[in-house]
Design a protein around this ligand. Structure first.
Ligand code: DX5
Length: 228
C-alpha cells in the first residue's frame, strides 16, 4: 500500500456484476487498479442498500490487492470488526455517522486496519482537524453518497485543495481520496486540487476500451494534472 502522493486508482465495484463478483475483482486486478473499494450502504444513512462483510469476505482470496470498505452506514462501530475480519485493510467511516470519531478511528487502528474518514459535500473539513494523527486517508465526497453515476460536484475542488493543505500539517502522509463522478472530464480538476486516490465506478465500467484502458487513462490524466 503506497503511503505517498502517487496517483492511485481505486474502482468502486458498485457497477460490477454481483452474480460474479469474484471474477469482477480478478478483472479489476488484471486491469491494474491499486485497490478495490466496496460501497457499503445500509438504506438508512443513504437511500440505497448494497451488501455486508460476508460478501466482501467471499471475494477476499480471489485477488491480492488491498480492499477498502466505504461505510455509508449508521452506527459504523457495530460492523467495523466484521469488515476488518473480511479482509479490508482500510476502513472509511463517514464523519456524519461517528458520534465519537476519535474513539472510532482509534479502534480501527487498534484492530490492525488503516483508519479513514469521509466527508459529505456539506461537511466542513474543520470536523477532522483534531484527529489527523489517527488518519491514513481522508475521502472528500464529490457527490452526495448513495448512488453511482451522479454528476461530479466541481465546487468541491476548493475543499479538496484546503483539505490537502490541512493534511500536510500532519507529521505523516495522509492520502486524499475523491469519490463520485470521477471521469476523464473531471479527474484532472480533482488531481490538480490535491486528490491522489481516485475512485471511479460508472465511467470506468463504461469505458469503450475496457477496464484496463480506463485505468490507464485515468491514471495518466491524474498524473499529468498532479505534475507526476
Ligand atoms: C457514492 C458512491 C459512488 C461510487 C462511484 O455513493 O460511493 O460515488 O462509489 O460512483 P461513480 O464513479 O459512478 O460516480
Amino acid at each position: 500500500m503506497s503511503s505517498d502522493s502517487r496517483i492511485q486508482i481505486a474502482p468502486s465495484v458498485l457497477p460490477a456484476d454481483f452474480s460474479k463478483l469474484g471474477d469482477e475483482c480478478i478483472a479489476l486486478e488484471e486491469a491494474g487498479v491499486d485497490r478495490i473499494q466496496f460501497d457499503i450502504m445500509d438504506g438508512r444513512f443513504v437511500p440505497n442498500l448494497t451488501f455486508g462483510a460476508a460478501v466482501v469476505a467471499s471475494v477476499r482470496d480471489k485477488v491480492k490487492i488491498p480492499f477498502e470498505a466505504h461505510l455509508m452506514i449508521e452506527e459504523p462501530d457495530l460492523l467495523i470488526p466484521e469488515f476488518i475480519d473480511a479482509g479490508c485493510e482500510i476502513i472509511i467511516v463517514h464523519e456524519e455517522t461517528a458520534t465519537h470519531l476519535h474513539r472510532t478511528l482509534s479502534r480501527i487502528k487498534d484492530l490492525g486496519a488503516r483508519p479513514a474518514v469521509a466527508l459529505n459535500p456539506h461537511t466542513p473539513i474543520s470536523r477532522i482537524e483534531h484527529v489527523l494523527d489517527l488518519l491514513d486517508m481522508v475521502l472528500i465526497m464529490t457527490v452526495n453518497p448513495g448512488f453511482g453515476g451522479q454528476a461530479y460536484i466541481s465546487t468541491m475542488e476548493p475543499k479538496v485543495e484546503a483539505t490537502r493543505a490541512l493534511l500536510d500539517t500532519a507529521d505523516h502522509w495522509i492520502d486524499l481520496e475523491v469519490d463520485g463522478g470521477i471521469s476523464d472530464k473531471t479527474v484532472s480538476g480533482a488531481a490538480a486540487a490535491g486528490a491522489n486516490v481516485l475512485i471511479s465506478g460508472s465511467w470506468l465500467y463504461k469505458h469503450p476500451g475496457g477496464l484496463g484502458a480506463g485505468v490507464k487513462e485515468l491514471r495518466e490524466l491524474g498524473q499529468a494534472a498532479a505534475g507526476q
